[in-house]
Design a protein around this ligand. Sequence first.
Ligand SMILES: [Zn+2]
Length: 342
Amino acid sequence: MNLKERLKKDIVICAEGYLFELERRGYLKAGAFVPEVVLDYPEAVKELHIEFLRAGSDVVVAFTYYAHRDKLRVINRESDLEPMNRQALKIARETAITCNALVAGNICNTWVYDHKDREKTSKLVRSMYEEQVRWAKEEGADFIIAETLFFLGEALIALEVIKSFDMEAVIMLAPFHEKMRDGYSWVEACKILEDKGADVTGLNCAMGPETMTPMLRDIRKSVKSYVAALPVPYCTTHNTPTFLQFKNSDGSKAFPVHLEHFLMNRSETADFAITARDLGINFIGLCCGGAPHYIRSMAEALGRTVPAGKYSPDLTQHAMLGSGDVVKSHNINALSDWNPEI
Ligand SMILES: [Zn+2]
């Protein structure tokens, strides 16, 4: 089944968050955030794909996020552009095939597009997308995700390029600001993308569930086709609507490497999966900060039985918190002995 056939039958779960997770694991440098790991430690990428699949993801997203010409230039590895893309797609396909999962090719915001210099920058962006989408198609991707876009102009180029290769397109916008950088509201932009032929539109990155959910509700009301929601698993609020606004205790910016303090717990991400399902969202997952335990909790909340579920928590077997026949009599008061406040 292709993506739309799967969406017609059920929600599609899509795990993301590769950049942050592989940075935490010591395989990727924060800053440029280029997925050099694909060439330098391919087994680390494969392992994370496997972990996400075991946790319940229906999609393996080829790790080509920021593997575009402009970023590769920043780290002086432009000659590795094509090998990096092809290798990422090969790893994704090899892994997906073991679980009948879909492979998504992946393109994203370029940092090149400028709506005030549209003619010149559009050409550059188009050529960057064309090479990446061509490699994705040649390496057997099932569909393309274009994501973290905050200019409608750039999102439309992504959509046109994907459609020129006759592929299904998931276009996700990143609500880092109140409106898109070229002035459109997020709802308006999703509607335009739908009208222009996007198979799935929606939001990813920037916001946690609390601040993204009201926007998703509005998008769901105005878009007829499939809607995507991949928030970040951080406790964003009215006062800190995106994870860019979080501050460390000394007032400095927590983004992007001091965000742990603001993470949600796994039950909260599971609650989001339910909320999204009840809103009628079709393509559900997490972006930066996402990790396998979150995806498992979301998949299980949606009623899925997943391979990693074999090791889902069972506190009845815990030596202090467990059921009567497990907790030995001398351990019954172990927690309160340690700290009378508990
Ligand atoms: Zn993200």
